[in-house]
Design a protein. Structure first.
Length: 345
């Protein structure tokens, strides 16, 4: 078979490990590989590069993706599904390995139902995909955030400041919860639990009254405040939507810093980690997990198990249906936040 490999959505440390494993295993099984450039955009625009052992040599430790990526939504392009099927046929591509998150795999699931031979690999640093215990990239993001929190502790203490650390997490607070616990944060704010700014300020005041001159707050970008009536609103960079209908989040850190300083009088600063969390060298864990998931995806191709994706279940890598993976977001275990709250203040 001739197999196309693509990476879609935001980049994540470990993507190249997946690509490498898919290519090496499929070549060993006698298949031909092509890289589809820039995610779903590449197959719509016929952007391909041949992949062989030399193409994936030395990429295991590299961040990003050698194939490039985009947030293109096939189903927002007129005739997009038919164009994908036609372009695959015209270029002799028999199957696709799609590596991506909720949006990329959502497209993959629809294409599979349309008869396209496709398998998936879950990818998101937010760790919010259902049907898999962990996604590659998450461990690296948590390590980056934890190191940043460690560094911010020293400057916060030196200047007697409150520092708000804004981390990624649109609808799920996995990165905030894990890095906050690991970094000894004094308060952790996640999208799943709307926060009360008065409670936040009260915790900070009690710390200062108890002799502590600084505080560290870790907040997911999607954290929202409690409201007396109506729904809570996320802090947005702007109102523009991408092709999957997502707005650009960002600004919760600055918003919280302003509110805390105004209400408590304590000097407060914010630090937004942003894309630093998804860039750079993947951890050993993410390299191994990416390799295992890529190997499993190649086996799904070999057994013609279309419409499935590789997933981590406990310590095993299993096959689950794509539609199961994209049915709903995986939010944090609230028991994890009960653990975290023990150390607030």
């Amino acid at each position: 078979m001739k197999i196309g490999v693509l990476t879609g959505g935001g980049d994540a440390p470990g993507l190249n490990a997946v690509i490498r494993a898919v290519v090496r295993k499929c070549i060993a099984n006698g298949h031909e590989l092509v890289g589809i450039r820039e995610g779903w955009r590449g197959i719509l625009e016929n952007k391909y590069d041949p992949l062989d052992r030399n193409s994936v040599s030395g990429i295991l430790h590299r961040g990003g993706t050698i194939l490039g990526t985009s947030r293109t939504n096939v189903y927002k392009v007129e005739g997009g599904e038919a164009q994908v099927i036609k372009n695959m046929a015209d270029n002799g591509i028999d199957a696709i390995v799609a590596i991506g998150g909720e949006d990329t795999l959502g497209v993959a699931s629809k294409l599979a139902k349309a008869g396209v031979h496709i398998v998936g690999v879950p990818k998101t640093i937010d760790n919010d995909l259902s049907a898999t215990d962990f996604t590659f990239g998450f461990d690296t993001a948590v390590n980056v955030a934890t190191e940043a929190i460690d560094r911010l502790h020293t400057t916060a203490e030196s200047h007697n400041r409150v520092i708000v650390v804004e981390v990624m997490g649109r609808h799920a607070g996995w990165i905030a919860a894990y890095s906050g616990i690991a970094g000894g944060a004094d308060i952790i704010l996640v999208p799943e639990i709307p926060y009360d700014i008065d409670e936040v300020c009260s915790i900070i005041r009690k710390r200062h009254e108890g002799g502590k001159s600084f505080s560290i707050i870790v907040a997911s970008e999607g954290a929202v405040a409690k409201k007396v009536a109506g729904d809570s609103e996320m802090i947005l960079q702007d109102q523009k939507l991408d092709s999957f209908g997502h707005v650009r989040l960002g600004g919760i850190g600055n918003h919280l810093a302003e509110e805390i300083e105004k209400r408590t009088g304590f000097e407060t600063r914010s630090t937004v980690l942003g894309h630093i969390q998804r860039g750079g060298t993947p951890t050993a864990y993410d390299r191994v997990l990416g390799t295992r998931l890529g190997f499993c995806a190649a086996e799904l191709v070999e057994t013609n198990k279309w419409g499935y994706m590789a997933a981590l279940k406990g310590t095993s890598i299993d096959a689950v249906k794509l539609e199961e993976a994209t049915r709903e977001l995986k939010t944090i275990d609230l028991q994890l936040m009960e653990v975290a709250k023990t150390f607030f203040g």
